[in-house]
Every structure is written in C-alpha cells, then in structure tokens.
Design a protein around this ligand. Structure first.
Ligand SMILES: [Zn+2]
Ligand SMILES: [Zn+2]
Length: 323
C-alpha cells in the first residue's frame, strides 16, 4: 500500500515538474538586430521578452511593428516598453507601435496607455510625441471606430538604476552602461523570472557595471561593432564611433567574466564611414570572438528566439512556426 502511494507521488512529481519548468521559462525574441543602417535584413534594435502573460519590449527601432506582425503578436498587446537610451535607432519605431497599436483592428485594440520607461528625457520625449501626433489622435477619436481614449496615451517615465518594474513574477532592473561621455545615462536591463534571467546590454563599450549585473546570467544579449583596420587608421570619425561600442575581441573579455549560458550578439553594427572602404562581414564576428572566448555564442538574427528554461534553446525563425 505504502509502495503504491509512493508510486503515485513519484508520478505526480514527474508530471508536475516539467509543467513548473515550462511556467518558469523566459522567451526572448530578437525583433531587430541592426543598428542605424536602413537594412532590410536587420531591422532596428528591439527585443521582446515573454514570460507567463507578460510581454515586455526593450527598445523600439525601425520595423518593430512589422516584426511583431510576422510573429502574429497584436501590437495592442504590447503595452510596456523599456528604452536603453534615446538614440534614434532605438526609438523611431515608437510612434508606429503606439499609434498603429490602438486602431480598431485585430492587430491593434490597445485599450490602456503605452508605458515607456527609460533614462532622463524619456518623459519629455513621450510628451513631445503626444504633441506631434495630437491631430491624428483627435481625428481618430472623433471619427468612426469608437476607440477608447485611454489607448491613445503614451506615458513616459524617467527611471534610475535599480528595480524599475515588477509584475506577475517578472522583475526588470535598469543598470548604467558606458555609451561614452555624452550619452548619459545609457542603460542595460536585467530581467529576472524565477531563477531564470536575461541581460540586454543596450549600446555600450565594455562596461564593468554590466559585468557586475550580468554575472552568471542565463542569456546575455550584447551589442557589437566592427570596422576594418584601414578605416580606423584613416578616419577619426570612425575611431570616435567605435569607441562608443564593443568590438568582438572586447566582447570576448566581457563574456569570459560574465560566463552566461549563452551569449548572443545583437545591434550588429558593421561600420564604414568611407565609401571606398567596405564594411566588414558579419560572418567574421564569431571567429574574431572565438580567438579569445570558447563559451556558447550565437550571432543574433531578426526573429531568432531563445527559450531560457531548464536548457537555453535557440530557434531560428521559420514563417510557419508561429502560425
Ligand atoms: Zn544604437
Ligand atoms: Zn546608441
């Protein structure tokens, strides 16, 4: 009898554990892995983090709405956005996400304000956006469609380093990174869900503070920039830009100290400022990193998904997979 009872308990544990594991997993999708270049292959920087019923967006670069559309995620279901900094390549997708997201269509229907958290200036930027589009909002409110007024609002909130969001077991912590002496503050974000975590670097050169906050994380999504040596030799402008970012060799040093279960490159920036000197190839980024780092690493691609559960699994996008 006792044996039978134990067997039932074992079977129940066996059934429940995978379910608990699944409930604890974080799903991270790289919506855009590019930088300012208006590339068709790499849209502007934006990363979606899903956990339970939560859908959080980190940066909203060019094309964020199209990428959500490809995933069949209604824009109106994305109501919380975190900005790493206010450079245009990270923010030009905001008005599209905000305004297209409250149209009375199946992909819209946002009925609550879009909340935007970010560094100093975020609140001001959102208030200016609201001003810039006030006529559009008024036209649509007064027109057909019966759109809820609450869905027309975009609310910015300036935050400091520390815990900035906690909801449904998901915690988001902002930390200061180093995007040079002018763009201050610039943030990275750490997202914790149970004992899973993901860290998004934002734009930064190698940052001690990032290493501190990211130590031992499951998934580190880090920016990268490369330029050819001849460009760096000839162009002070290129040297100045590169100094605000992280080279593959520098990233290797960061990964070596953070020791993530997986490192993924995003904000893949292949720089040239001189039409006679071509940009380096994306295919060189991993080999250059490999010279100094032996751990798991992937070159990010738009719509690549990483599931952080008992294991960290990478899925490349296949159109049919989200239908
Ligand atoms: Zn950028
Ligand atoms: Zn930047």
């Amino acid at each position: 009898m006792i044996l039978k009872k134990n067997l039932v308990i074992f079977v129940l544990i066996g059934l429940l554990l995978p379910m608990l594991g699944a409930a604890q997993s974080l799903k991270v999708t790289l919506l855009g892995t590019g930088a300012p270049d208006p590339s068709i292959d790499r849209f502007g920087p934006s990363t979606l983090v899903e956990a339970g019923s939560e859908k959080l967006l980190f940066d909203a670069g060019r094309g964020v709405s199209q990428r959500l559309w490809q995933l069949h995620i209604p824009l109106g279901e994305v109501n919380v956005l975190f900005l790493t900094h206010l450079h245009s390549d990270h923010t030009v997708g905001i008005p599209d996400l905000w305004l297209t997201g409250w149209l009375p269509t199946p992909y819209g229907r946002r009925s609550v304000p879009l909340q935007v958290f970010g560094p100093d200036g975020t609140e001001e930027m959102m208030s200016f956006l609201a001003k810039a589009y006030q006529r559009d909002v008024r036209f649509r409110l007064e027109g057909p469609g019966h759109l809820p007024e609450t869905g027309t609002r975009v609310i910015g909130k300036d935050v400091n380093e520390g815990l900035v969001y906690e909801h449904n077991g998901l915690r988001v912590t902002a930390f200061v990174v180093d995007h040079g002496p002018i763009i201050r503050p610039a943030f990275g974000y750490r997202i914790d869900y149970g004992d899973r975590s993901v860290v998004i670097s934002g734009d930064t050169r190698p940052s001690e503070n990032l290493i501190k906050y990211a130590k031992g994380t499951d998934l580190l999504i880090h920016e990268v920039m490369a330029a050819r040596p001849e460009l760096l030799k000839n162009s002070a402008a290129a040297r100045g830009i590169v100094a605000l970012h992280t080279s593959p060799e520098e990233a290797a040093g960061v990964f070596e100290r953070v020791k993530p279960k997986l490192a993924v490159y995003t904000h893949v920036s292949l720089l040239t400022t001189d039409p006679t000197i071509p940009a380096p190839a994306a295919a060189d980024l991993i080999p250059r990193t490999r010279l100094l780092y032996a751990g798991p690493i992937e070159l990010g691609a738009d719509l690549m998904t990483v599931v952080v559960g008992d294991k960290v699994e990478v899925h490349r996008f296949a159109e049919a997979s989200r239908h």
